[in-house]
Design a protein around this ligand. Sequence first.
Ligand SMILES: Nc1ncnc2c1ncn2[C@@H]1O[C@H](COP(=O)(O)OP(=O)(O)O)[C@@H](O)[C@H]1O
Ligand SMILES: [Mg+2]
Length: 236
Amino acid sequence: MAKGIFVVGTDTGVGKTIVSAGLALVLKERGIRVGVMKPVATGCVGPMNRLVSPDAVFLFEAAQNEYAPLTSPVRYRNPVAPSVAEVYENLKVDIKSILKAYRELTKIYDYIIIEGIGGLLVPLQKKYYVANLVREIGLPILIVSPIGLGAINHTLLTVDSALIRGLFVKGIIFNRAPLVNFSLAELTNPKVIHDLTGIPILGSLPELDDVDVEHCRFGKLPEVFKDRINVNAFLE
Ligand SMILES: Nc1ncnc2c1ncn2[C@@H]1O[C@H](COP(=O)(O)OP(=O)(O)O)[C@@H](O)[C@H]1O
Ligand SMILES: [Mg+2]
């Protein structure tokens, strides 16, 4: 089986793209051939026949990949759940084409990073969720969770949902840790969540002022990622 990780959020907008790109940048620096994928992208921009996913571009640039169509095989303009977008844009979420693109990537690259779509229970089709796709692909998951208030509940819901569906949780990364003046929740959440789940905490990514997905700027992301995240855990 190909090595890789499926990056899942506790919600949308929690830092899946930043974390996936950070991992790609650092693995790439180690000389590993990294393939990236955003299997279904919503909120794409550009003309209808040439929709571009800003997330996919960010990942693609981080990994310096060669094959754009494999990175982002299914794209929608509307920023909604894919099961809704497929109806409104009259284009089915083609799971077979996603699996095919993934298999192609595994032939070209040594390590595949897949950015999920929102959380585990976002419907890609009626009654087919992100979690179903993870199972079909067969990679372990990484959970990205905002570090602040609410993290315990959202992270535990995601862990439960993953375990019930037979997914393997490789670890958790907390995002947007403040540089100074941690709140009590931010200070204690990682240990509380580790004690309750037993799942490895692979680090906390701080708030970065120079990273920009929309304009494809990485800023200090690679250095900070290397410093704060247990990258070796991904290769075990
Ligand atoms: N650690 C961080 N520091 C600064 N900005 C961040 C950080 N994590 C996420 N963001 C910003 O928050 C927004 C959502 O992050 P993103 O990685 O795109 O989330 P997701 O992929 O889960 O939807 C983006 O505009 C991104 O630049
Ligand atoms: Mg994203």
